[in-house]
Ligand binder design. Structure first.
Ligand SMILES: Cc1ncc(COP(=O)(O)O)c(C=O)c1O
Length: 490
């Protein structure tokens, strides 16, 4: 009891913010980087808008503010506090987002040549991790919820089948919750992975708040995954690029994680980002539950309003199959029945209503509610959607989410193809049978259809040609139109 009280008392501290703030208030004469010198050299328009004070907080590494690479003072203390708040053994601040966290997880847990089970609907940084670490990915094809036009991450059954088929795998990599807020059955997945003594790595970029409310999906830190990355900046009030890597493993070496994180990060971290994560942790510890409860109410109201509209739909927890949960703060609004694409609705919201959603695809827009979302914001969004629903209805269903069979052969390691092999372009018509040398990700489905090292199949060529005919841009395509694909030169 006493320990709990002590911990709570400790969580009131924001050691990193305090030290940066204290330093800023001194307004020292700067002969250190950055070159703007407390903002003196900064463009006037920029400074007029943003104010002066922030520049005094933009400091370099000196003993007072501590070093991210060899933390001994306030950074060490702030990392300890965030680890304590999330109930893990260790936490590492990241200043290059969860991107660097995903890379670090592969490099920390695996050696070159190891194989890792990865759900194919992983963020592109997962591919970077695979390339940098030199592992063999064993892909699990995600399931599609045809009714909702969304992708689901791997189920425990899919993972178990993959482990049985490839018993030599070192680790399993999961993304949960997804961009749409759909949480995998982490409890069961962890049980399965532990039964086979594998390492479990979790991309929880969209879930740094889950820990703080019982009505949200289970967080990886509570499910006791080995390593888990969270974007503090995506949902909480940390500044962009602020993320954290939580370590909670008995298998992975913590010193190796620390070394890898240091290898990958800048030597000039932004202390404003770091300080914002310190504040954000304190906010969540003391007020997280209260803020999230309020947001859950707003989200419920928004869903009810949107689902009364004739041509839009925002799915709820109850519509998912029982293996999945939902972070209701992610509003995936399907506009298919409207006869407009998600991209078109995104653009209308932007131009006519001054509202920017987080992303769009052919069928949906995704509006993220973060800790700072206000009731007024939600009301504006709902009002705008109501008007769009009335004004633009063209009534015609677009096409549904489709995925070709991705069960293609991994012939070479992605690392080998990207770093060592020569490549050339061949026409899509003649590409079947070649080994792919690039990553191609159409939206939808928003997952790579081809990655470096995979044998290209006729079915995938046809799928890509079909997208090309519809004028759908494929992320990763280096040419204006998608008529060719990059393949490994024999
Ligand atoms: C699932 C997922 N993982 C990782 C990332 C990368 O996170 P960051 O932008 O913090 O680098 C993203 C970014 O959108 C993401 O959606």
């Amino acid at each position: 009891m006493k320990k709990k009280e002590n911990n709570r008392k400790c969580q009131e501290k924001v050691p990193l913010f305090d030290v940066v703030f204290k330093h800023a208030k001194k307004k020292v004469i700067s002969f250190h980087t950055p070159g703007h010198k407390n903002g003196q050299g900064v463009d006037k328009i920029f400074k007029k808008f943003i104010g002066k004070n922030i520049f005094y907080m933009d400091v370099t590494v000196f003993p007072e503010v501590d070093s991210l690479h060899d933390p001994r003072g306030p950074i060490k203390e702030a990392q300890k506090l965030i680890a304590q708040a999330y109930g893990v053994k260790k936490s590492f601040f990241l200043v290059n987002g969860s991107t660097v966290g995903n890379e670090a997880m592969f490099l920390s847990a695996c050696n070159p040549g190891d194989s890792v089970i990865v759900s194919r609907n992983a963020h592109k940084s997962v591919m970077s991790g695979i390339i940098l670490s030199g592992v063999w990915p064993i892909w699990i094809q995600p399931k599609i919820d045809q009714k909702l036009d969304i992708l689901l991450d791997s189920s425990p059954e899919q993972i178990e089948i993959a482990i049985k088929k490839f018993p030599e795998v070192k680790a399993v990599f999961i993304t949960s919750p997804t961009y749409n807020g759909v949480g995998a059955n982490l409890k069961k997945i962890v049980e399965v992975v532990r039964r086979y003594n594998k390492i479990i790595l979790l991309d929880e970029a969209h879930g740094p708040h889950l820990k703080f409310h019982e009505d949200l999906p289970l967080s990886g830190v509570d499910a006791k995954v080995d390593l888990c990355v969270q974007s503090i900046h995506k949902i909480l009030c940390g500044l962009s690029q602020g993320s954290v890597l939580h370590f909670n493993s008995d298998i992975v070496d913590p010193n190796r994680v620390a070394k890898i994180v240091s290898l990958l990060q800048t030597t000039s971290p932004n202390y404003i980002i770091l300080a914002s994560m310190d504040l954000s942790r304190r906010q969540m510890f003391f007020y997280g539950r209260q803020i999230i409860s309020k947001l859950i109410n707003y989200a419920g109201w928004a869903r009810r309003q949107i689902n009364r509209l004739e041509n839009m739909h925002c799915f709820c927890k109850e519509e998912l199959n029982s293996d999945y949960t939902l972070d209701v703060l992610k509003l995936t609004i399907n506009v298919n029945r409207l006869g407009l694409t998600g991209y078109e609705v995104e653009s209308i919201l932007n131009k006519n209503y001054n509202i920017q959603v987080d992303c769009a695809d052919l069928f949906n827009i995704i509006a993220l509610m973060g800790m700072g979302t206000s009731k007024k914001d939600i009301e504006c969004l709902v009002k705008a959607l109501r008007e769009i629903d009335n004004k633009y209805k063209r009534n015609g269903k677009c096409w549904g989410l489709q995925l070709p069979s991705l069960s293609t052969e991994m012939v070479m390691m992605p690392r080998e193809v990207v770093l060592l092999k020569e490549s050339k372009r061949v026409s899509l018509k003649r590409a079947a049978g070649h080994i792919c040398a690039e990553t191609l990700t159409p939206y939808p489905p928003g997952i790579p259809i081809l990655i470096p090292g995979e044998r290209i199949t006729r079915e995938i060529c046809n799928y890509l040609q079909n997208l090309s005919c519809r004028g759908i841009r494929v992320s990763g395509q280096e040419t204006k139109t998608l008529e060719t694909v990059k393949v490994v030169t024999n």
